[in-house]
Design a protein around this ligand. Structure first.
Ligand code: FRU
Length: 483
């Protein structure tokens, strides 16, 4: 049996029951998952691959798991797509992307290989596999971009996570890399035939400021600008920005096509929670730019020991630029799964208040705080007598604080995060997407988001609104049900 067959067979035999997993957030059938890979549309289906180690709940030799969806919400597992089974990827098939071509569905990934000099050091190079949406074959020309193609001084050990696209009959890809000073940068390559690639430029770099190694780049036009998404490692916090050591950031600006360089105008955190990394985007036939990310942190592994799957993706989010600001919102396809509505208009909340019909762990819950006299307004969820997780708004400081201290966490990890609300308005709008073990908060139509995992026992499903004065609110709640 090949390593690929073995992995698919293992996944089929050990698949976790769906009742034990989130309802609409993509999770692996069994074992460990990190970055989303190959997020793409092929033959009208949405494909999502991911960094996968089926055999344990911790990171190990990387495979590419695979699932498909018609609508970004319901996911179906497929056989494992790639296993580390060649010389050039024997130490792992690392992150990458995919594109629909006349030859089929093309996956571009990083092959990791131990150096032959006995040093135990690894080199990374870019490889291709072509398939029909289910089975993928690595091509004989691999690796198509060996480290040798990089200019002198650029790291051959840190050269990974290619993101591919096509423009005017030319394929381009960006990959994460380090320069001679060990600083993160994104390198751009071009090809006519997917086999021969030429180095073009350094598209952008960390300016000795934004982290060290840059992982998982993505580069695309959005409205009249270009956006570069990167996941810098070893990021330092700056005020209330960039609080994750492994951070996901967006560089927004103009693409200087002559020099193939991004001239950035703003750099922003893509998410303000604890669990968000390595986002990747696709573009739909209708030209919507959709982003998905790994909803977990490399540094804080909080899942219960007995849980045999590890890793969730975020809800896919539509990206938009409005008046120069980047907005993220859950894909609209989620709305067709909303049931059991409860709508409250201009409801007065004073003290602690529970609303009939508003409870549960799989919810789409929106709240608009209209006005009032109070110092803080809090929403507690995943709550019972012992547990709760909460979000607190301070209208004077214009801050929002997330706190999972009482979610049942038994590890010494970061539980609180306070964010400064960007471009505050008269009212505050919050949309909370809850799916058993996570919350994604969309602030003021998605100008900021906060994603976090928590593994509170599922009996804790109360929701309490708390106001230390009195406030008027609009509430809209739906359960999400897939069948
Ligand atoms: C990001 C990352 C990538 C790499 C992959 C390995 O989370 O470190 O740079 O390709 O994970 O699993």
């Amino acid at each position: 049996m090949t390593p690929l067959e073995k992995a698919s067979q293992y996944q089929d035999k050990n698949r976790i029951k769906k009742e034990e997993k989130p309802v609409f957030h993509m999770t692996p059938p069994i074992g460990w998952m990190n970055d989303p890979n190959g997020f793409s549309v092929y033959k009208d289906k949405i494909h999502l691959f991911y960094q996968y180690h089926p055999y344990s709940e911790v990171w190990g030799p990387m495979h590419w798991g695979h699932s498909v969806s018609e609508d970004f919400v319901k996911w179906e597992d497929c056989p494992v797509a790639l296993a580390p089974d060649r010389d050039y990827d024997a130490a792992g098939c690392f992150s990458g992307s995919a594109i629909e071509t006349d030859e089929g569905h093309v996956l571009v990934y990083t092959g990791v290989q131990e150096k032959k000099d006995g040093s135990k050091e690894m080199i990374q190079h870019q490889c291709l596999a072509i398939g029909d949406g289910i089975r993928y074959d690595k091509i004989k020309e691999n690796p198509v971009i060996p480290g040798l193609k990089l200019p002198e001084g650029f790291s051959k050990e840190d050269f990974r996570d290619p993101k591919i696209w096509k423009e005017d009959d030319i394929y381009y890809l960006v990959a994460g890399n380090k320069n001679e000073k060990q600083n993160g940068q994104v390198v751009l390559f071009a090809s006519k035939d997917l086999r021969t690639w030429n180095y073009v430029s350094v598209l952008s770099d960390n300016q000795e400021k934004y982290g060290k190694m840059w992982e998982c780049p993505d580069f695309f036009p959005l409205k009249d600008k270009h956006v570069l998404i990167v996941s810098p490692q070893d990021m330092q916090a700056d005020g209330k920005e960039f609080h994750n050591g492994n951070q996901a950031a967006a560089f927004i600006g103009e693409y200087d096509r002559k020099n193939h360089r991004l001239v950035e105008e703003q750099v922003i955190s893509l998410d303000y929670g604890m669990d968000f990394y390595a986002p990747q985007t696709l573009v739909t036939k209708g030209n919507r730019r959709i982003m998905i990310a790994w909803m977990q942190s490399w540094d804080m592994n909080i899942k219960p020991v007995e849980q045999k799957w590890n890793g969730m993706m975020t809800i896919p989010r539509e990206l938009e630029l409005r008046e120069g600001q980047l907005y993220q919102n859950p894909v609209r396809e989620l709305e067709k799964y909303r049931v059991e509505p409860v709508l409250c208009t201009e409801m007065k909340i004073a003290g602690a208040c529970q609303v009939s019909g508003i409870r549960g762990r799989v919810l789409d819950l929106s709240l608009e705080i209209l006005n009032g006299e109070y110092h803080t307004f809090t929403v507690e969820f995943a709550k019972n007598d012992i547990y709760h997780t909460q979000l607190t708004y301070d209208p004077v400081a214009q801050t929002l604080e997330f706190d999972r201290t009482y979610s049942g966490i038994i590890r010494d990890v970061v539980c609180r995060r306070k964010i400064k609300i960007k471009e505050p308005k008269e009212t505050l709008k919050l949309r909370l997407i809850l799916d058993k073990f996570s919350v994604e908060v969309f602030v003021n139509e998605g100008i900021q988001t906060l994603s976090a995992a928590f593994y509170t026992t599922l009996e804790a499903e109360e929701i309490v609104f708390l106001c230390d004065g009195s406030a008027k609110v609009n509430i809209e709640k739906y359960e999400i049900r897939l069948d």
